[in-house]
Design a protein around this ligand. Structure first.
Ligand code: DX5
Ligand code: ZN
Length: 229
């Protein structure tokens, strides 16, 4: 019974983190203000280096420029090699949560410690092929696990269905140990899979193209926020 209550409680409080990758970069200030005034909980900011992933997006100066426009959480997703080199820089740019990829981190435990030491929450992202079981021994050191629903690098890709099962497995691993670690799903999230992801145990939904390709992004954020798992 206890477990059921905990799951229901969490599911009624899922967070929405729109990814600005799909937004119009000529109007990034207006977008930041729109997100600030919307029901979005976090800003999801995708940093790509053209090495870890085939694409290059934006980096430190863009995040610093947006920082004064909202006091909402800046959830920075680093899709870069050697992310440990930039931990302090992203803190200074205004990141509240800094997520590094498991696949890009030779000394993941050290990087997570350095992120927390710098005063941020520490996140780990897993590519679709990376099993959640690899995090078993360090879950207590992780504030956020970002499960990729697509291969990272681009917005607008098709959701990979095995993500549901990964979400359930990770939910069980976290709940068995009664940890506060959050599960975030990134890539391919839309209104038609959000409920199933929340029911599987997701706490945070990232949505890029579904929000920014819609005629009224603020209303689409509201729609995602009010979905029940
Ligand atoms: C993909 C990024 C995502 C992306 C999601 O590499 O990490 O955050 O913006 O975009 P959609 O929601 O369009 O799949
Ligand atoms: Zn992302």
């Amino acid at each position: 019974m206890q477990c059921t209550f905990a799951a229901n409680y969490r599911n009624m409080n899922h967070l929405i983190a729109p990814s600005l990758l799909a937004s119009d970069f000529t109007r990034i200030g207006e977008t930041a203000t729109m997100l600030h005034n919307s029901e979005a909980d976090w800003f999801h900011l995708d940093v790509m280096d053209g090495v870890f992933v085939p694409n290059i997006s934006f980096g430190l100066p863009v995040i610093s420029a947006m920082r004064p426009l909202s006091d909402k959480i800046f959830d920075v997703h680093l899709m870069i090699v050697q992310p440990e080199r930039y931990i302090i820089d992203f803190k200074n740019a205004g990141a509240d949560i800094l997520t590094v990829h498991y696949e890009a981190s030779t000394h993941l435990h050290r990087s997570l410690g350095a992120i927390r030491e710098a005063g941020m929450q520490a996140g780990v992202a897993l590519n679709p092929h990376t099993p959640v079981e690899l995090l078993e021994d360090m879950l207590q050191d992780i504030d956020l696990v970002c499960l990729m629903g697509v291969n990272p690098g681009f917005g607008g890709q098709k959701f990979i269905e095995t993500t549901y099962r990964k979400t359930e497995k990770l939910r069980n691993m976290i709940d068995r140990r009664d940890l506060p670690t959050r599960i975030e799903i990134d890539g391919g999230v839309k209104a038609d899979n959000a409920a199933q992801l929340i029911a599987a145990g997701a706490d945070v939904l990232v949505a890029g193209s579904f929000v920014f390709s819609s005629p009224d992004p603020a209303n689409t954020i509201k729609q995602l926020k009010h979905i029940r798992g």
